[in-house]
Design a protein around this ligand. Structure first.
Ligand code: HMG
Length: 403
């Protein structure tokens, strides 16, 4: 059954880590002038996962408030997008499905294409809702961004998860056709299976991103998309927030538009607040930009916004969404601000220790130190299996139950 009703994002919630490393601590350690971080790449701090946090605990923490608000009866599909996968076979979403007590009559899959994965998940979800508008799809984008210590990429790490409930007659954003698509086989950023940290050619990655901006916009325009000046704002993938400025300047330039400071700020100024303090959350990043925009902007009801999703390697998509009148009643602004404010600062030595931590692959019993005060934790890796725990509401931060 095809649907004539609009389909899009009905609810959106994000979660981030227990710890935060201010860029001042990184600059003190490596002797970099802080202006390079604060101005040059536009980053203030980065989220750092505790030893007992991972993409599953972050994803579950992001999705739990959505399930609490809407129930789970209509959720028949969970799509988990990540590029920091914890298993080559089992979808991380299956753990989340269990932690959240979702119905067994559901399909759960994991999608990957670098930072683009969540947009593929969103489009997959829209297709499913077209077939059956009574269903809703839970899309979870969750990532931990990790580069080598003391490498140029180190300053652009971060971690977060965004959960989105996709359905008919959405309360937040209606996603439109057409999309502009672009794929190019480039080695700008990649992570072979045997590596924890990504490999990256920084300057090549910026060039590849800008080429993708041009490519997606060309395809979007050729398919009858909106004119550039119709958009109230643009949400870009933000590996670091200065990248959104570079990308938007490039788009406006390539369309012969004014690229003055005010014009750029009008387009993206309200999309960077969360990414500037969270860092690169890979698949979640473009939807953190959306959260920041919706949480901060004056009423955008009825206005179109542009999305540019880029994933290294590379695949990109430009698409539009119209903000639904009345959306402000459904936002989670206070919870989002709290997710950022509750993080505990970690010093450089503590961050380095967390960065270097790993679970031995010997099949033994390896408990994780109890560090997180969030609702879910990775308790151990035991016999090659990941063991998760839930802290039911009302229990203290140290009380968890094993799933
Ligand atoms: P770098 O070599 O350390 O820095 O790498 P730089 O020398 O290029 O300087 C950065 C900026 O700071 C420059 O500004 C400097 O001028 C400025 P720009 O010329 O670019 O406008 N600067 C200063 N500004 C003010 N005061 C100062 C000062 N000093 C310098 N004192 C780089 C930076 C981003 C390349 C590095 O951090 C990196 O490799 N990061 C990882 C790769 C990345 O994020 N690429 C982005 C595009 S690819 C992408 O988005 C996909 C991705 O998310 C992965 C995925 O898809 O899965 C990464």
């Amino acid at each position: 059954m095809a649907s004539d009703s609009p389909i899009g994002i009905h609810d959106l919630s994000f979660a981030t880590t227990e710890f935060v490393l201010p860029h001042t601590a990184l600059a003190d350690h490596n002797g970099t002038q802080i202006g390079k971080y604060h101005v040059g790449i536009g980053q203030q701090s980065m989220s750092v996962p505790a030893a007992d946090e991972d993409i599953v605990t972050l994803g579950a923490a992001a999705a739990a408030p959505i399930v609490a608000r809407h129930g789970s009866d209509q959720i028949r599909t969970v799509v988990f997008a990540t590029e920091s996968s914890i298993d080559q076979a089992k979808a991380a979403g299956v753990y989340v499905h269990s932690l959240l007590g979702l119905p067994s009559a559901a399909r759960v899959v994991e999608l990957k294409q670098a930072c683009y994965g969540a947009t593929a998940a969103l489009q997959f979800a829209i297709g499913l809702v077209h077939r059956d508008p009574t269903q809703r799809v839970l899309v979870i984008a969750s990532d931990v961004s990790k580069y080598e210590l003391d490498s140029p990429g180190e300053a652009t790490q971060g971690a977060a998860a965004v959960a989105m409930l996709v359905g008919a007659d959405p309360a937040l954003v209606r996603i439109e056709d057409p999309s502009g698509l672009f794929t190019a086989d480039v080695m700008d950023f990649w992570r072979p299976n045997y590596r924890e940290a990504a490999l990256v050619d920084g300057q090549e990655s910026i060039t590849a991103y800008l080429q993708a901006v041009e490519g997606t916009w060309k395809d979007y325009t050729e398919r009858g998309g909106r004119k550039l000046d119709e958009f109230a704002a643009f949400c870009y993938h933000q590996p670091f927030t200065k990248m959104a400025y570079k990308a938007h300047t490039h788009l406006l330039n390539s369309c012969g538009h004014d690229t003055g400071k005010d014009e750029i700020a009008r387009g993206i100024g309200q999309t960077t607040a969360y990414n500037a303090v969270v860092g690169n959350s890979y698949t979640a990043s473009v939807y953190l930009a959306l959260a920041a925009l919706l949480d901060q902007a004056d009423d955008l009801g009825g206005r179109p916004i542009g999305f540019l999703s880029y994933g290294s390697g590379s695949v990109a998509e430009f698409f539009a969404g119209t903000v639904v009148p009345g959306y402000r009643e459904h936002l989670r602004t206070a919870e989002h601000r709290e997710a950022i404010a509750r993080r505990r600062p970690v010093d450089y030595a503590g961050y380095r220790e967390l960065h270097e931590r790993f679970f031995p692959g010997d099949g033994g019993d390896h408990p994780a130190p109890a560090q997180t005060t969030g609702p879910f934790r990775l308790a151990a890796v035991r016999g090659h299996k990941r063991i998760y725990e839930t802290r039911p509401p009302g229990l203290s931060h140290s009380q968890f139950t094993t799933t």
